[in-house]
Design a protein. Structure first.
Length: 180
C-alpha cells in the first residue's frame, strides 16, 4: 500500500464544489460554544457535500482564527448563515419543506441505525450545546429526535464526533442522490 498524494485524490475545487449537486441536508448548530467544534463541523459538511449550515445563538461565525484552524478552508466552500435564535432557523427550514431532526437523547428518540429517510426528502440535523445539548424549545419544534447508541459509561459524545457519525449515516442512506 502507498499513501495517496493530494493531487491523486481528485477533489473538487471550491468553484466546482459551489456548482456541484448537494445532498438535501442542512446542519443547524444550536449554541455551539467551541470554535474548534464549529470548524470541524464545517469540514464534515464539506466532506459529505451538505447544502449548508445554520449557525445559531452563541455559535461563532467565520472568519475566526479558531474556526479556520480546524475548518482548513471549508468555510469557503460550505454555505452558511447566522441566526440569533435557533428557532428562526428551524422555522425557516420547516417552511422550505425540511424535516427537522434533533440529535439528542429524548423520549421516543429513534436509534440512528433504525432511522428511515425518504430519498425524496430534505432534512435538517440539529446539534446542540456541548454541555446542555439541544434546547427543549427547539426539540419541541422538531419532527424527530435521533439518538446514537452508546455502550460505555459516558452519556454523550463530543458534538463534532456525534455530527460525523450522524452525517455519515444520513449520507449513506441518501448517497444515491449525489453524482460527481
Amino acid at each position: 500500500m502507498r499513501k495517496l498524494r493530494n493531487e491523486e485524490l481528485d477533489r473538487l475545487t471550491v468553484k466546482q464544489y459551489h456548482q456541484s449537486a448537494k445532498i438535501p441536508v442542512a446542519v443547524i448548530l444550536d449554541n455551539i460554544r467551541s470554535q474548534n467544534n464549529i470548524g470541524s463541523l464545517f469540514r464534515t459538511a464539506d466532506a459529505f457535500r451538505l447544502e449548508g449550515m445554520m449557525l445559531c445563538g452563541i455559535t461563532s461565525t467565520p472568519p475566526h482564527r479558531e474556526i479556520h484552524k480546524t475548518a482548513l478552508g471549508a468555510t469557503e466552500s460550505v454555505h452558511w448563515e447566522y441566526f440569533r435564535e435557533t428557532l428562526e432557523a428551524v422555522s425557516r427550514l420547516k417552511s422550505e419543506g425540511y424535516r427537522i431532526l434533533a440529535v439528542e437523547q429524548a423520549e421516543n428518540a429513534v436509534s440512528l441505525e433504525k432511522l428511515s429517510l425518504d430519498i425524496e426528502g430534505k432534512y435538517a440535523l440539529v446539534f446542540g450545546h456541548e454541555i446542555r445539548g439541544v434546547e427543549q424549545a427547539v426539540i419541541d419544534r422538531c419532527d424527530l429526535c435521533i439518538e446514537i447508541p452508546q455502550f460505555g459509561t459516558k452519556h454523550s459524545l463530543n458534538v463534532a464526533v456525534a455530527a460525523g457519525i450522524v452525517i455519515w449515516e444520513v449520507h449513506r442512506k441518501l448517497s444515491g442522490m449525489l453524482k460527481r
